[in-house]
Design a binder for this molecule. Structure first.
Ligand SMILES: Cc1cc2nc3c(=O)[nH]c(=O)nc-3n(C[C@H](O)[C@H](O)[C@H](O)COP(=O)(O)OP(=O)(O)OC[C@H]3O[C@@H](n4cnc5c(N)ncnc54)[C@H](O)[C@@H]3O)c2cc1C
Length: 409
């Protein structure tokens, strides 16, 4: 007979652990099935120089704060892992590591669910899917046309410059990951080309406060999913870094340091990149997003009568040499391409009709149309902050789902 359980959480990242915290508080029996180790993505899918992108004072999960000497510093990736491990121990999370769920379906005609795993089958009344918002690396099809002698790697597998063959590097994608990796490579002495897409700029600090202060202050982190148009939710990524004590990610300054900025990669023909003529436009959009942010922050300071220090007038923006429309990889000495082109969900193993045409889960605040099947930790699950670790952002969602699970009994 299959093992019978009340509630199973799939995934031992911070979202699964937060869910476990609220179920334990309510006295509800449950287990967490984690295919690898607790906090696995922070262990094996971040580069060596990666630091948490928000200051230490924001590193928090329900009932548990990160203890450190400098609240304004940025924790290296290994410290984030230590923090998540510490949390799992603190809440006595009932975790079974090394157990991968390979399929989830209805258990016959019953109202229970059958989970097949590499360690036997389990039946449960409630299943919370907490397998993360960034599951499978996305590499665009154009990668198939790249000459075979060029080494290709996705940002999730990038660790450090020494791991790559010598030569110049093309980084495709200018989100937070692409920019941080481009900087990492450039600092090691590599020539770096960066294919730039749409992005949003934010200052690391503004008027004496870290960016982490401004999200809640301006209400952006609390925005509810239906109040923000889909286009804006899926829109451009915010450029931030916690590396080297945290600094402004400014593509113009990166260009001034020697990184060659390129337009959006459109294709490749006979070893030559075909690039869109959109660099100036994307940089201008990024600048505009920064100005909009500053205006909103200034208004907030004025309205609330806060005595925050004024910002210095920005200096002259470094000029960007006009972008090229074609780049021959051999002539440019490019031997490596890093695809910082994002991630997608992978729920192929869930055999329940709870997905839309794009394969995205259909739910309301994590509650699906199948009684007892829930999602937690997804981007915009309910609010903008839903998927983030900082400030125990997922606590509200997990507490809500725990209430729903309790109500089921
Ligand atoms: C490069 C990068 C940098 C980031 N930096 C920050 C940051 O600085 N601050 C911040 O707040 N957020 C950051 N984020 C976002 C944050 O990492 C994610 O939102 C967060 O990891 C999501 O947590 P989670 O618990 O939902 O999922 P995950 O951390 O992805 O955990 C899911 C877990 O589920 C397990 N799993 C998956 N499938 C199965 C299965 N079938 N069976 C069993 N187990 C399974 C995985 O092994 C994994 O451990 C970053 C994201 C990326 C990609």
């Amino acid at each position: 007979m299959n093992e019978q359980l009340d509630t199973v959480i799939i995934g031992g990242g911070h979202a699964g652990l937060t869910m476990s915290y609220f179920l334990s508080q309510a006295g509800r029996e449950h287990v967490i099935l984690e295919r690898a180790r607790v906090g696995e993505r922070w262990r094996s899918e971040r580069w060596d120089s990666f630091c948490f992108q928000f200051p230490n004072w924001t590193l928090e999960l329900p009932g548990y704060k990160y203890l450190c000497d400098d609240p304004e510093a940025f924790a290296p990736g290994r410290e984030v892992v230590r923090f998540i491990e510490g949390y799992a121990a603190f809440i006595k999370a009932p975790t079974r590591c090394g157990v991968e769920v390979t399929s989830l379906e209805r258990a016959g005609d019953s109202s229970r669910y059958l989970l097949s795993t590499n360690n036997g089958a389990i039946e449960a009344a409630n299943v919370v899917i907490a397998t993360g918002p960034y599951q499978l690396p996305v590499i665009p099809p154009v990668s198939c046309d790249i000459p075979k002698n060029i080494f290709q790697i996705h940002s999730s597998s990038y660790r450090n410059p020494a791991q790559l063959p010598p030569g110049a590097v093309l980084v495709v994608g200018s989100g937070a990951s692409g920019c941080q990796i481009a900087d990492d490579l450039q600092k090691s002495g590599r020539q770096v080309y960066l294919s730039v897409g749409r992005h949003s700029r934010r200052p690391r600090r503004y008027r004496g406060k870290d960016f982490a202060y401004w999200g809640p202050a301006l209400g952006t982190t609390e925005q509810i999913v239906d109040t923000v148009p889909l286009q804006l939710r899926k829109g451009s990524e915010i450029l931030l870094t916690g590396a080297n004590g945290g600094y402004d990610v400014d593509l113009r300054a990166m260009a001034a340091r020697g990184i060659v900025l390129l337009g959006h990669l459109q294709g490749i023909n006979d070893g030559e990149l075909i690039l869109a003529d959109d660099l100036t436009q994307n940089l201008a959009r990024g600048d505009e997003s920064l100005e909009n942010f500053k205006r909103a922050a200034d208004d907030y300071v004025t309205k609330n009568g806060l005595e925050f220090p004024a910002e210095q007038e920005p200096g002259v923006k470094p000029n960007i040499p006009s972008s090229v429309s074609r780049l021959n990889l051999k002539d440019a000495g490019v031997s490596v391409i890093v695809w910082a082109s994002g991630f997608r969900c992978n729920f192929d193993w869930v055999r329940l009709p709870i997905f839309d045409e794009a394969g995205e889960p259909v739910h309301r605040r994590g509650v699906t149309q199948f009684p007892g099947i829930y999602f937690v930790g997804l981007r915009w699950l309910y609010k903008r902050k839903s998927a983030f670790l900082l400030r125990a952002s997922g606590a509200e969602d997990a507490a809500y789902l725990a209430e729903r699970i309790m109500a089921r009994s």
